[in-house]
Design a binder for this molecule. Structure first.
Ligand code: F6P
Length: 322
């Protein structure tokens, strides 16, 4: 009987738990023995690997509606070093574990691909709020984070409207604007700057002025993806240049926690189940995704190199509908 381990790696994301539960349950259903690795690749190197017993299943199921990852996560840049990975491989082989399902972003996919070359059969599942993995239309955690951002912007809107203010809001996404663009459409954000359509400071300021002077807006939300601006400084500059009272808010890690919404749970469960099906068929070194509602898989190294489709159409929808 095949032994398969699962780990979550990189930034946690709501729905990761559902993927883990699906992998564990599908492994049992397909006569495999599941193991969990606590704490991502770091835990793998430190030997934090535990066999899942059927008697654990009831307690594990409690995590079906919880955010975060109950098998914990970590970032381990040292995993790039071969000697570090050799320890991980030794730990798996000692327990005769042949296969490993890795849930994480593209850094985690790289780690998984390298383990495959060292004799471990790996499958990657896209787990990150950023939606920046091109081999899947949606990543696990994205829908929940988008909802959290939508809620947060609406709350910020209430106070901005009451005080006749401009508020600059920074959201996560790394170098992908999906969270910001879709939150902007969902909440009618007035000014948007994302990696796919970056606005210079002067352009942001002139759009803020226009919203106040031409559209007579009381509340003006400027939404930017992280790594673009120091939003506190930007708000001060807007206030100094336009005379519109301005504030800033970095949403930070509140976007990453919380009860997973149904779509994240369902996609995560489907992909977790598919990972086991692929292993059962003897397939590995693959990144699983969902494209146009269908389960798909790509060579994991090719998946890392794939580019996200253009977001121009979506940005145009935002512009025309605000
Ligand atoms: O990749 C998920 C993510 O939340 C990014 O949006 C963000 O840039 C990063 O992780 C933050 O990571 P950390 O919690 O390690 O600071």
């Amino acid at each position: 009987m095949k032994k398969v381990a699962i780990l979550t790696s990189g930034g946690d994301a709501p729905g990761m738990n559902n993927a883990v539960i699906a992998v564990i349950n599908s492994a049992f259903s397909n006569d495999m023995i599941p193991y969990v690795v606590y704490g991502g690749f770091k835990g793998l190197v430190e030997g934090e690997i535990k066999k899942v017993e059927p008697s654990d299943l009831k307690a594990i199921k409690q995590n079906i509606s919880r955010g975060g990852t109950f098998i914990y996560s970590a970032r381990l840049p040292e995993f790039k070093e071969e000697k570090v990975r050799e320890i991980a491989v030794k730990n798996l082989k000692e327990k005769e574990i042949e296969a490993l399902v890795v849930i994480g972003g593209d850094g985690s996919y790289m780690g998984a691909a390298k383990l495959t070359k060292m004799g471990i059969k790996t499958i990657g599942l896209p787990g990150t709020i950023d939606n920046d993995i091109a081999s899947s239309d949606y990543t696990i955690g994205y829908f929940t984070a988008l909802q959290s951002i939508t809620n947060a912007i609406e709350q910020i809107r209430d106070t901005a409207e009451s005080h006749n203010r401009c508020i600059v809001v920074e959201v996560m996404g790394r170098y992908c604007g999906d969270l910001a663009i879709n939150a902007a459409i969902a909440t009618g954000v007035e000014v948007l700057s994302v990696p796919e359509k970056y606005l210079e400071e002067e352009e942001i300021i002139s759009q803020v002025k226009l919203r106040r002077e031409k559209h007579n807006d009381r509340s003006i939300i400027v939404l930017v993806t992280e790594h673009q601006y120091d939003v506190a400084k930007l708000a001060k500059k807007i206030e100094a240049t336009t005379g519109i009272e301005s504030r800033s808010s970095v949403l930070g890690h509140l976007q990453r926690g919380g009860v997973p919404v149904s779509m994240d749970r369902v996609y995560a469960s489907r992909m977790g189940n598919y990972a086991i099906k692929l292993l059962k068929e003897g397939k590995y070194s693959l990144a699983v995704g969902i494209i146009k509602e269908k389960l798909v898989s790509f060579d994991i190294l090719k998946a890392v190199e794939m580019k996200n489709p253009s977001r121009e159409g979506l940005i145009q929808i935002y512009k025309e509908s605000k």
